[in-house]
Design a protein around this ligand. Structure first.
Ligand SMILES: Cc1ncc(C[n+]2csc(CCOP(=O)(O)OP(=O)(O)O)c2C)c(N)n1
Ligand SMILES: [Mg+2]
Length: 610
């Protein structure tokens, strides 16, 4: 860097990388997950030396990326992932895809060889330019560090933009490829050169970010607000549907949930909440829809005339069928991410605005609600209550370790403010139907962007690293647990506390609910895939406590103990076989259908207002 005394510090490489990292922190990054390597030395050292950033050194890039994803999801702040070149960077792809579709802010710094060393069979070198394709929101191939002030300024601008773009709706992953020439390692005898006051990556803390982005949100104008208020008020039998939250943190999610609940109350509509939506915690939300809408008669009787959706598509397939039955012109999506999160392709209107602000603005245009609850909304709440009671009764009769009842048991056990991470496959679906936490402030998180069964353990440990004293519980299937056994390494390395419940049904339980089940002879080989692994040694290898349980008292005791102590606890719940599990679910659905049946004649009378 031409305008600075070069002898006192570590050269242009550290100037450029230092500026990049410094600007990331000024723009809101608070944590970095670094995987070891040689090419990435300047990035790793700059991150380690930067004040204000928590450092997690994780040797498995695939798990590391999911760990960062979990941490970003829990906090809403962008998390840096830093890797060396080659397949190390490629191992980030699954988490990058999840972050893209699940809207979780990540900044990937992948060290690379400089241009002259690419495509000439250099070791550990692959094509890293736009490595993540469309899965990265933004991808920059930095110039190799050079002794020019403009290159340092460019690094600052890229750092500021990367952190901002990661959190800007739709939140997601951004990729900065960092080509680095040798020497990669600073002179160890030089006197603390990174702290040199005149180093060009230094910027006074008081000077603020090099590029600042004042917070802004997409808002409706007054005319659009009035038009929406009129359109929604004209729908008698409407529903508001809250889907899974993006990864922008609990505060933003809570704000959306409160605004949606207030709007639904004003409109006299029910608020249907996905298990991964903050609205699930709203006291008057509908939570058993997945159970009671399975019944064709209930689905038909409760068919709405209009729907307002926000968040990602809900987990429940029966809820998707309900939305699919709404007339095309009466489905609104509220999404400030420029997306169309409606796989049913039914939404006719996309309200391009931040949901909490949009709901508050529209609600303010509506007349105050009449005293008491409108008939349509009350009906939904009565049906929901009847379904909830039917589920409790049905579960109480089952003494075996039925997967559905597992979530009811956990709902009674988890302390206030617990973060519960649910794996894909059956756990998120069973949580939808059966998990009803008793205590306040319980948040349910999952990876629904790409719905992989990979990286779930690491995601949960990233959530546990959020460092705010909230307990973390993970529930996942046996194949999902196997898939990310390596992720367990984070527990002891970072001193994290996590209780894991592994639902041991010897393979993919979900496939027994699908048409594949009919192909008896090849089913176990191709879909069921029991692994019959003894997880205990793997858990012990990571310094965790392990319990294998077959009864409810044993499960309760093991989970309670896990939540009360620090460190890693894995509880393997040996549940009935997968065919029995299908039959047990169906028995519950029949009980629910019978319990809601008496309400359906009133629902069929299509009057909406009280
Ligand atoms: C990375 C990845 N591979 C494969 C799949 C397809 N898949 C969906 S569910 C499932 C089985 C999961 O089994 P388990 O974790 O034991 O959960 P269970 O179905 O028993 O609830 C598989 C293989 C996926 N979603 N993600
Ligand atoms: Mg399983």
């Amino acid at each position: 860097v031409s305008d600075v005394d070069g002898a006192a510090w570590e050269g242009e490489t550290y100037a450029v990388v230092g500026a990049l990292v410094d600007e990331l922190v000024r723009a809101g990054v608070r944590a970095a997950v670094v995987s070891p390597g040689s090419r990435s030395t300047p990035v790793a050292l700059a991150l380690a030396r930067q004040a204000g950033i928590a450092l997690y050194v994780h040797p498995d890039e695939r798990s590391a990326a999911y760990f960062g994803l979990g941490l970003a999801k829990a906090t809403g702040a962008p998390v840096v992932l830093a890797s060396t070149s080659g397949t190390a960077a490629a191992n980030y792809l699954p988490a990058v895809a999840e972050a893209r579709y699940g809207r979780v802010p990540l900044v990937l710094l992948t060290a690379d060889r400089p241009p002259e060393a690419r495509d000439v069979a250099s070791a550990q070198t692959i094509d890293q330019v736009r490595l993540y394709g469309s899965h990265a929101k933004w991808s920059v191939d930095l110039p190799p560090p050079a002794p020019l002030a403009v290159v340092v300024r460019h690094a600052r601008v890229v750092g500021a933009r990367a952190a901002r773009l990661a959190v800007r709706a739709p939140a997601g992953p951004v990729h900065v490829n960092v080509p680095l020439r040798e020497p990669l390692v600073p002179d160890p005898t030089a006197p603390a050169p990174m702290d040199a006051a005149r180093a060009p990556w230094r910027r006074d803390a008081a000077a603020g970010p090099y590029v600042s982005f004042p917070p802004s949100r997409l808002r409706l104008d007054a005319g659009a607000t009035r038009a929406l208020a009129a359109a929604w008020a004209a729908v008698d039998r409407g529903v508001v549907i809250a889907g899974p939250e993006p990864g922008d943190g609990a505060a933003a999610a809570g704000k959306r949930a409160r605004a949606a609940a207030a709007l639904a109350r004003r409109l006299g509509w029910p608020l249907l909440a996905d298990p991964l939506a903050a609205a699930r915690q709203a006291p008057d939300s509908i939570r058993r829809h997945d159970a009671f809408l399975r019944d064709e008669a209930a689905l038909e009787a409760l068919r709405p005339d209009g729907a307002v959706l926000f968040g990602a598509p809900p987990v429940s397939r029966t809820l998707a069928r309900l939305v699919g039955a709404v007339p095309h012109g009466a489905v609104w999506l509220v999404d400030d991410g420029g997306g169309y999160p409606d796989p049913s392709l039914g939404a006719a209107h996309v309200v391009d605005a931040e949901p909490a602000a949009a709901f508050a603005a529209v609600a303010a245009q509506l007349p105050p609600p009449a005293p008491g609850e409108g008939r349509w909304r009350r009906l939904w709440r009565e049906v929901d209550g009847a379904a909830a009671r039917a589920i409790v009764d049905a579960l109480a009769e089952r003494q075996e370790l039925f997967e559905g009842r597992l979530y009811a048991e956990l709902g009674a056990l988890v302390p206030a403010a617990t973060r519960v991470v649910v794996g894909n496959s059956m756990p998120v679906r069973d949580a939808d139907a059966f998990f009803a936490p008793r205590r306040r402030g319980v948040v349910v998180l999952g990876n629904r962007g790409a719905s992989g069964i990979d990286g779930v353990v690491s995601t949960a440990l990233g959530v546990a690293a959020a460092e705010d004293g909230r307990p973390t519980l993970l529930v996942l299937g046996d194949l999902s647990f196997f898939h990310d056994l390596n992720g367990l390494v984070a527990a002891r390395r970072f001193g994290l506390s996590l209780t894991v419940v592994v639902v041991q049904n010897r393979g993919g339980g979900i496939f027994s609910f699908l048409p594949q089940r009919a192909h008896g002879e090849r089913f176990e080989e191709l879909f069921g895939t029991p692994l019959d692994l003894d997880f205990e040694p793997a858990v012990r290898m990571h310094g965790g406590r392990f319990a294998r349980v077959r009864t409810w008292p044993a499960l309760r005791a093991a989970v309670r103990r896990g939540l009360a102590v620090s460190g890693l606890t894995v509880v393997e719940a040996i549940v009935p076989d997968r065919d029995a599990n299908v039959a047990l679910h169906e028995a519950v659905w029949r009980r629910v259908a019978a319990a809601v049946e008496p309400f359906l004649p009133a629902a069929r009378g299509r009057a909406g207002a009280p």
